[in-house]
Design a protein around this ligand. Structure first.
Ligand SMILES: [Fe+2]
Length: 274
């Protein structure tokens, strides 16, 4: 474990029998996240698995029409997002692929996705003392596995935040390499009025962990490149949100009280569904 920059801590891990095993205990990882810090876990997931997720997702997307209507949260879909979020007023431009019905995918592609999403799911379960499986559950929180592509030439996601619970800890796994596959863009955070940019620190196979109520954003890919939705170049990540899509959304106001929430998170039971 090593401090790479202020509030940015790297934690080594081993990828053993399909599990991400950190060098320190899961409780210690969560303690670092809740202090708060941005924690970068060197998962050790082989790059072949990560590349296969990008390639498999692209092949699947080529055969699947783009979604256009409101999200239903009960299917597998991909959508080109170009939008300003209604409540938080966060602008966004990226291409996401959401696999809420991951268990219903054709077997080969499902195995490709699960080779990465199962380790992420197990890691999150260990961090949060949960034992959640994939699958849609109306009226309850459930997983929304997502592969996101930030194309070259100006993709981004403006400053926003989420309710702390039930997710507690957000996870962003880098599927490709900064400096080689793309040269600009990354996730940023505010901690104690200090801006933490992870651009350049988030290597292939690294998984960023962050307190879910910290204000965060994705800095833009360079405008010097030409933008093209169909060009697969750019940054690719996988994330694993866990929430009830029909629950009350985050407040319009930023969670300025999050320092207080840190205190209450420490004092409350860790079961996410409580
Ligand atoms: Fe977010």
């Amino acid at each position: 474990m090593k401090e790479a920059a202020k509030y940015l801590i790297k934690v080594d891990a081993e990828f053993r029998d399909g599990q991400i095993v950190p060098e320190i205990s899961y409780d210690d990882v969560m303690r670092l996240v809740n202090e708060p810090n941005i924690v970068i876990v060197k998962t050790g997931i082989p790059s072949e698995l990560l590349t296969k997720v990008i390639e498999g997702t692209r092949q699947w997307a080529a055969q699947t029409p783009l979604a256009e209507g409101p999200d239903t949260f009960d299917n597998n879909q991909h959508k080109q997002r170009l939008h300003i979020a209604k409540i938080q007023q966060a602008p966004q431009l990226f291409h996401d692929h959401t696999f809420d019905a991951i268990v219903e995918l054709e077997s080969t592609f499902k195995q490709t996705l699960l080779s990465v999403f199962d380790p992420m799911r197990n890691f999150w379960n260990s961090l949060t003392s949960n034992d959640e499986a994939f699958g849609i559950r109306k009226g309850e929180p459930y997983f929304h596995p997502q592969v996101t592509h930030y194309p070259l030439g100006g993709s981004f996601f403006g400053r926003h935040w989420h309710p702390l619970n039930p997710q507690k800890v957000g996870m962003i796994l880098a599927l490709n390499q900064y400096g080689k596959d793309y040269t600009s863009g990354g996730t940023g955070y505010v901690i104690n009025n200090h801006i933490v940019e992870t651009e350049g620190y988030h290597d292939l196979g690294d998984m960023i962990l962050f307190r879910y109520d910290l204000p965060h954003w994705v800095s833009p890919s360079s405008f010097a490149d030409r933008f093209n939705w169909d060009d697969p170049a750019g940054r690719w990540v996988s994330i694993l949100p866990f929430y009830d899509p029909w629950a009350t959304p985050a407040e319009k106001n930023e969670p300025q009280g999050w320092k207080t929430q840190i205190q209450s998170a420490r004092n409350s039971p860790s079961k996410a569904t409580v």
